[in-house]
Structures are given as structure tokens and as C-alpha cells.
Ligand binder design. Sequence first.
Ligand code: NI
Length: 157
Amino acid sequence: MALREIRLMGDDILTKPCKEVTKMTIRNRILINDMLDTMYEAQGVGLAAPQVGILKRIVVIDVGDGPVVMVNPEILESSGEQTGNEGCLSLPGKAGTVTRPMYVKVKAFDQNMNPVILEGEDLLARAMCHEIDHLEGHMYVELAEGPLFDAENEEEE
Ligand code: NI
């Protein structure tokens, strides 16, 4: 188990677009495992590679149903709407109100670079959108309606 340092908002790396992953190298496998360890240790529900300082299109999510790894994820479809509180491991202790789709369909590769189609609803859809935004250098605070507030039990991604 290896933990990586979570970069905090204000770190320039969180504003940069990430590069596509072309090959599942040992280095990428270690990164994915470390991202999962880091996310679980921080009790988050999602983590994107730039949050640990790596500009690669890799995301890990676990909303309570087991780990989901997405490499080069792309949203194919989205529908519906949900407005709720959202937090981020790169801005600990804070949350904001963000409207996201209720459903998304995502095309990605898994940790073995097999193509997969993933569907997410509710919190999973929110987490998928939040993490994919990180890969473009965007954070939820750009979408938050009204001021941020102190998080109590909000999930952090
Ligand atoms: Ni985040």
C-alpha cells in the first residue's frame, strides 16, 4: 500500500488538461493501485490522477459498490438532473451545491485497457462527472451555485 500526496486547490497541476493513456504500463498499474489506496485512506468516493500530481486520464471511484477504474473516460450520454452537495479531496472540509446529470453513460478502458461502457446514476453519475472534469483541469467550485460552505458529511471526490 502506497499513499500519494493529494494536491490541494491552488496547485497549478489541478488546472491542466491530462494526457490520454496509450498503454497499461507497470507505472500506470502502480499509479492506479496507489490512487485507490489514497482515496480509501482519505475516505473519498473518487480520485483523479491530477489530484496526485499526474497528468494522465485515469480516475478511480468507489461510491460503496466496489472500486471502478476508468482510463481515458468519455461521457457518451447524460440525462436528467440532480442538485446536491459536492466536495473534493483537493478542497477538504468544504462543499458546494452543484447540479449534475442524474444519469451518465461513459466509455472508458479498464485497468487492463479493455474497452468498457459504464452507466452511473445518482452519486455514481455525480462522481463520474466530477472526476472527468478534473481530467480537463476543472473543479466543482467553478460550477457551484452560491458560496461554498463547511462540509459536514458530504462525500469528497
Ligand atoms: Ni475532486
